[in-house]
Ligand binder design. Structure first.
Ligand code: ATP
Ligand code: MG
Length: 512
């Protein structure tokens, strides 16, 4: 049957070609004959060929975007048609290394039954393109003169309505439901190969969760509520005619949790993360292609945006220009961003190119996207980049104070109080310490627990083991907190020393 379906489709194409030929007959062929035969061809075609087909290509016409319908069909066929296929292929799935991901091999045909109708599916391999067509490809190993892979669905033409109104929409619905529940989240980064940029990805399971993020509780709840409201605001955005996207600027000193917060956001929303490295992008056109190849329900991150040299070409920033260049002149990894790209955006990524995705024309391409910019130096950023509306929320990640410390102590040592808490609270108020430093001090090093660990192993769950475990934890907490006090005192002494006026030879403070 499969073969005959293919033949019918082939026959249909041949007839179509014949029809085309006729419609282009030279003038000297009698007009009337030409007209009669041309109008007969479609009729003949529909008499002889009872089948129709739909192609679902892996990439869209312009190759800018992956065709999600292709992914939906892959997932559907994997779940419904594998039993009847003989040519399969296996890959290691992202989720579990023990679980191979089985899918249809190229050219394997399978038949699906839907509401009594038969559907023939085939995954067609890449094929050579007819001469003359040129499409720029950004995909690895994908050459410009090839058609991408595609699924071909063949069905009887009396089922056309069923296919378009019920069968294909059901495939999409199932895919959406499945991806929402058990999809492996991915972390993407842009990569340049043979002068072309594309995304590469790895499975992403960030350990950070909001409940272990140490920061002001009220602020944290506000952020979570904001994210939740965003996720449910599809109708609102379309009602007010705004692109469904949101921008966050996370700023604060190194080690205060900006990257950790991004992981917590991704966990909370279940979104993929695109970590955009602007330094490897040549110009706005490439940036545009990368943005267009991001998926919905994603967080697009540009870390350390202050490290991007802002070379202003407009008059309004002339004064600041010299200072910016001077500050960054020795950093060769910087990408130059020009504010005005109207006349000259061929060789550079420009600020307006970047902004057109955050807020401008291109921001409407795709939906449910969150932009996160991070910086250690908020004061160095161009106001155009961070003005409200572009970056909807500015979140300060600050040094570790007592409240944040208590959260870290709870997650790292599982304690809520200790005799050293008072002293630690006071020291944290006096000196600026990052959460990264405090977190590092709170990691048990097991200095004096070697013997206890051995005993615990030997006891293997005996009743006394529980008590011993608690003693061990308590000791670890004592050690960590004592270590933290020591570190903070050393820092405080160093700070006081650097702030003290210089001494003369008699040990007296010199007058300035
Ligand atoms: N608010 C926080 N809550 C819990 N842990 C934190 C927090 N901030 C920092 N940490 C700890 O410090 C480590 C470094 O933090 P992180 O990388 O998020 O800092 P950052 O602000 O992104 O720094 P940088 O500006 O250098 O990129 C984290 O892996 C985490 O262990
Ligand atoms: Mg970071």
């Amino acid at each position: 049957m499969a073969l005959s379906v293919e033949k019918w489709v082939g026959f249909g194409s041949a007839m179509a070609g014949f029809g085309l030929l006729w419609s282009r007959m030279p003038e000297h062929v009698h007009d009337e004959a030409r007209h009669i035969i041309s109008s007969l061809v479609p009729m003949l075609m529909s008499c002889f060929n009872p089948y129709e087909q739909i192609s679902i290509s892996e990439y869209g016409e312009e190759r800018f975007r992956r065709n999600k319908m292709f992914d939906a069909v892959s997932t559907y066929l994997r779940s419904t048609c594998l039993d009847v296929a003989s040519n399969l292929k296996a890959e290691l799935g992202d989720k579990s290394k023990d679980d191979p991901l089985i899918s249809l091999d190229e050219d394997q045909e399978v038949v699906d039954n839907f509401d009594g109708a038969r559907m023939w599916w085939r995954l067609c391999p890449k094929s050579a393109k007819k001469k003359g067509a040129t499409i720029i490809s950004l995909l690895p190993g994908d050459s410009d003169d090839e058609h991408p892979r595609c699924y071909r669905l063949v069905f009887h033409k009396r089922h056309r309505k069923l296919v378009l109104d019920s069968y294909l929409p059901r495939i999409v619905r199932q895919w959406c439901e499945q991806t929402a529940t058990d999809r492996q989240r991915l972390l993407f980064t842009n990569h340049s190969q043979q002068g072309k940029s594309h995304w590469i990805n790895v499975p992403y399971n960030p350990p950070a969760k909001f409940d272990m993020l140490a920061m002001d509780h009220r602020k944290k709840v506000e952020i979570m509520e904001d994210l939740m409201a965003f996720r449910e605001a599809k109708a609102y955005h379309s009602k007010v005619g705004k692109a469904w996207k949101r921008g966050y600027l996370l700023y604060g000193p190194p080690g205060t949790g900006k990257s950790t917060m991004i992981g917590a956001m991704a966990n909370f929303l279940g979104y993929d993360v695109y970590d955009l490295d602007l330094t490897s992008i040549k110009n706005n056109a490439e940036l545009r292609k990368l943005f267009l190849d991001t998926t919905d329900k994603s967080i697009i991150v540009i870390e350390d945006i202050d490290a991007i040299e802002v070379e202003l070409t407009t008059k309004r920033k002339k004064g600041k220009e010299a200072a910016t260049q001077e500050n960054n002149s020795d950093n060769h990894n910087l990408v130059t961003i020009e504010l005005s790209d109207k006349n000259n955006d061929h060789g550079k990524v420009t600020l307006s190119g970047l902004l057109s995705f955050v807020e401008g024309l291109w921001s409407a391409c795709g939906s449910e996207r969150i932009f996160v910019f991070t910086t250690n130096h908020v004061d160095r950023l161009d106001p155009a980049l961070i003005r409200r509306g572009r970056m909807d929320r500015h979140i300060e990640m600050s040094y570790c104070r007592f409240e944040a410390f208590k959260m870290l102590a709870k997650s790292y040592l599982d304690i809520t109080e200790h005799s050293l808490f008072g002293e630690i609270g006071q020291l944290l108020d006096e000196i600026n310490t990052t959460l990264a430093d405090v977190a590092d001090s709170l990691m048990p090093r097991g200095k004096r627990n070697g013997e206890m660990d051995r005993l615990l192993d030997e006891m293997n769950g005996a009743p006394a083991a529980d008590l011993m475990l608690r003693v061990k934890r308590r000791r670890e907490a004592d050690d960590c907190l004592a270590g933290l006090v020591e570190t903070l005192k050393t820092k405080k002494a160093a700070k006081m020393k650097s702030a003290a006026p210089p001494m003369d030879s008699m040990g007296e403070a010199k007058e300035e």
